[in-house]
Design a protein around this ligand. Structure first.
Ligand code: BGC
Length: 368
């Protein structure tokens, strides 16, 4: 079967390769689930891997199959699988257990291992292929009514984890009742964070570089959130005008902004940092002022990566809620479908191009 692969750490080494087709019997004890891949999204992490900055091949291979934002349909299940049946739509978890105590209790998204195992990213092959086989424990069933937008589930899980971390931490405040949130960045993660915070009933200000109107600012406004162009208003000005910000979600990919966000964060506020920045950018920051604000304001900043099982379930629930509250909104994020694995290069060219895509994804196989 076909697979889109590359040589990790070798820039621009993408190619369409061949892999042996998996079988439900590849998994012992009748626990295998054979999944036909339907759609796979591409994101900034794929771009970094393709540029040779990130990622590693599985042991025993000299290539890595890319793709971690998957949607598939179950084709066959082993004799001992009761949780899933052929025809179910599923999304596979990206990170798999390593060796830390957190991994041992199923919290590999909180792993303290230096080397983590992530499908399509690090040490495990991904889903840019025609089929894969897995165990039911790592698959989340997606309602059939969500299949058109199901490829957004994995990025949504990242947002679910970030926001739930914020709420979990803020239980320290006993009566925390967040009113205003700021989301930094209006890419797929920023837009999904705007959605989730609106579903939680917060007023949301989404701040990104481009001046409105354009599709992303329209999408922000369609949720009843406010779009602010950072070219027109600084973060500090936005905080003075619309804040104080109880919760901030940083998803721009531009790390110096984190320090500006720390200053703009309201008292008792929580800043969620979700940008994976593989570069080596330096920044000069007003260290005393940031520190003082954090100390006197009891502020928290928290990093977040990946997601656990509960966040996959929450993503499916909140995407269902989103379809009811903002019908058609999620589908508007799916701006750039690419037909078939054979056209993989088109998907990666779009990532580098000037078209401002929101979500690029490959339609590996049609829905039946
Ligand atoms: C993926 C996460 C992953 C992270 C770090 C993101 O693009 O969505 O699942 O944990 O990259 O590799």
């Amino acid at each position: 079967m076909k697979a889109v692969a590359l040589i990790p750490r070798k820039p621009d080494s993408l190619y369409l390769g061949e892999l042996p087709a998996p079988s439900v019997d590849d998994v012992p004890d009748g626990r295998g689930v054979l999944v036909k891949v339907l759609r796979v999204g591409v994101c900034g992490t794929d771009k970094e891997i393709q540029a040779g900055e990130y990622g590693a091949q599985p042991p025993g291979y000299d290539f890595l199959v890319l793709g971690h934002e998957s949607l598939g349909v179950v084709e066959r299940v082993g004799a001992k699988v009761t949780e899933l049946a052929p025809g179910d739509y599923v999304v596979a978890r990206v990170r798999r257990p390593g060796n830390s105590p957190y991994d041992a209790i199923g919290m590999q998204d909180m792993s303290t291992d230096d080397e983590y195992h992530e499908h399509g990213i690090n040490l495990l092959h991904g889903f840019f292929t025609e089929h894969y086989v897995d165990v039911p424990e790592f698959l989340t069933k997606i309602p059939a009514g969500l299949r058109e937008v199901g490829v957004l589930t994995e990025p949504m899980t990242v947002v679910e984890k970030g926001v739930s971390q914020a709420y979990e931490i803020q239980r320290r405040l006993r009566i925390w009742n967040p009113k205003v949130a700021a989301v930094l960045g209006a890419g797929p993660v920023g837009l999904l964070a705007t959605l989730l915070l609106r579903l939680r009933g917060l007023d949301v200000v989404t701040i990104a570089l481009r001046e409105s109107p354009y599709l992303n600012s329209d999408l922000v406004e369609a949720l009843g959130a406010r779009y602010v162009s950072a070219r027109k208003m600084s973060l500090t000005e936005a905080a003075a005008e619309y804040g104080p910000f109880d919760l901030m979600f940083e998803a721009t990919g531009f790390s110096p902004l984190v320090f500006e966000a720390m200053q703009a964060l309201g008292k008792n506020g929580v800043l969620v940092m979700a940008s994976v920045t593989g570069g080596d950018r330096m920044a000069e920051v007003p260290a005393d002022a940031i520190n003082l604000g954090f100390v006197l304001g009891n502020k928290v900043a928290v990093g977040t990566v990946n997601a656990a099982q509960e966040h996959y379930r929450a993503a499916a629930q909140d995407m269902t809620l989103a379809e009811a509250m903002y019908p058609g909104w999620l589908a508007r994020l799916l701006t750039h479908p690419v037909q078939g694995l054979d056209n993989y290069r088109q998907a990666f060219d779009l990532l580098d191009g000037q078209e401002h895509p929101i979500k690029i994804f490959i339609e590996v196989a049609p829905f039946n």
